[in-house]
Design a binder for this molecule. Structure first.
Ligand code: IPE
Ligand code: IPE
Ligand code: MG
Length: 261
């Protein structure tokens, strides 16, 4: 798979789905799938950094996932802690800024105790922002931003006509790194499941059947190569004529640098 060195998506979001089915296929407990999924996270973060992505947002735990069986939730929190402890040096040494979005107040102390120091320690890093969406919901994020604007209006700090699309955007922590250019979902489902709703407006969507524990550098490259063959129009008129994939690829390929994997 060949990825162009330019025209990289700046912000990639990933809905990491399929851990449970990966385990079920092997007759193993779901937690085993989450453990393998954690390894896939490490590989993917490394691949994203090597490619030079500016921002990677990983949907690790949704607000709705709290309703799963208690032992699964506990295991996910423990794995999250292990991930943060195990990846600390690699994150810091490689200039990665570790960020988190979602209803972080709901996370157990065992997670917060490692998450918060790492966020602080890495906040000046500028190579890539790795955002973990934890206890995250897109609708919840929109409602929180709307509530803040309502408070500002009620306090006389903002006029109702200043409740704009931009004002809402600026209050969405998940979009502080910009709107996602590409959103990948593994696991075969074709849905968004409450991820980055507001920012998704013009994101390119890529659905892969591979289960999350089997995702890694080649699959990330494949998704980005697909992104690079698309024409983003943002409601405007396209260039027309040339197909977005097929014979035109070679013509375009002649003038660009490609990274072989
Ligand atoms: C994704 O895998 C991980 C989380 C949602 C936390 P799932 O656990 O949803 O795996 P499937 O979809 O049941 O296979
Ligand atoms: C989406 O996966 C959430 C995460 C990957 C963290 P789910 O497995 O929770 O989504 P649904 O239930 O299939 O929509
Ligand atoms: Mg799932």
């Amino acid at each position: 798979m060949l990825v162009e060195a330019k025209n990289l998506p700046s912000h990639v979001g990933i809905i990491m789905d399929g851990n449970g089915r990966w385990a079920q296929l092997r007759g193993a407990p779901r937690v085993q799938g989450h453990r393998e999924g954690s390894k896939a996270v490490r590989n993917t973060v490394r691949a994203a950094r090597r490619l030079g992505l500016k921002a990677l947002t990983l949907y690790a735990f949704s607000e709705q996932n709290w309703a799963r069986p208690g032992d699964e939730v506990d295991a996910l929190m423990e794995l999250l802690r292990e991930f943060l402890v195990g990846e600390r040096d690699e994150i810091v040494d490689n200039g990665i800024r570790l960020s988190a979005v979602g209803n972080l107040g709901r996370l157990p102390t065992l997670v917060r105790a490692v998450l918060d120091p790492l966020r602080r320690e890495s906040e000046k890093n500028d190579q890539m922002t790795l955002t973990l969406a934890l206890s995250y919901g897109g609708r919840e994020e929109i409602a929180t931003a709307a509530r803040e604007l309502a408070r500002q209006v009620a306090a006389g700090k903002r006029k109702p006509e200043e409740v704009t699309e931009e004002a809402l955007h600026s209050l969405m922590p998940s979009l502080a790194v910009g709107d996602p250019d590409l959103v990948i979902r593994t696991g075969g489902e074709r849905r968004i499941s409450n991820f980055l709703l507001y920012g998704l407006a013009y994101a390119e969507l890529y659905f892969a059947d591979v289960l999350w524990p089997d995702f890694g550098s080649p699959e990330l490259h494949e998704a980005i190569a697909s992104y690079q063959q698309r024409e983003r129009r943002f409601g405007l008129v396209g260039k027309g004529g040339l197909p977005t994939s097929g014979p035109g690829d070679e013509r375009r390929g002649a003038s660009v640098t490609r990274i072989a994997i």
